[in-house]
Design a protein around this ligand. Structure first.
Ligand code: FES
Length: 152
């Protein structure tokens, strides 16, 4: 890197920062701070190899959420998710995994979209189905876990 290249790189970094700042500013006009924070920096993203339960649901909007569970003595010791969905869906699934980790299957099966909304704050009407999609996917993963436990 000579000086001009370093200068160019730092200009590019500045442009990237500026773009990100303006995307975040726009998002904050529509969504709560927590939604934006969880969407940018989601927890528990990924896949679990040989999970004890898994569920995948595509909502009517066309977005898909997948959830993977690792369960020990009926307690969820690890949970991961993947989605191709919108920011609120990423945020909803991220919060859901945080709520569920460490809970028993029984406790986790009682979690509702309202519990996620309580953490995230208000969502615009056209995104109310996003936490519902996350919860339904969890329920499917729990169902899968229960099915496998019966089979074993
Ligand atoms: Fe489809 Fe968020 S818009 S799940």
């Amino acid at each position: 890197f000579d000086d001009t290249m370093t200068a160019k790189a730092s200009t590019l970094d500045e442009i990237a920062d500026e773009i990100q700042r303006s995307i975040i500013e726009d998002a904050l006009k529509e969504f709560s701070e927590r939604v934006v924070e969880e969407a940018i920096n989601p927890r528990n993203v990924g896949r679990i190899e040989s999970p004890d339960g898994e569920g995948t649901i595509t909502g009517s909007c066309g977005d898909t959420v997948a959830i993977f569970l690792k369960v020990d003595h009926d307690r969820i010791v690890d949970i991961r998710f993947l989605t191709d969905g919108c920011g609120p869906t990423i945020a909803s699934a991220s919060v859901l995994t945080q709520l569920v980790k460490g809970k028993t299957i029984e406790e986790a099966s009682r979690i509702e979209d309202q519990d996620i909304m309580q953490v995230l704050g208000e969502l615009p009407e056209d995104h109310l189905h996003c936490p519902v999609l996350a919860v339904n996917t969890l329920k499917e993963a729990i169902e899968d876990y229960r099915r496998r436990s019966v089979e074993d």
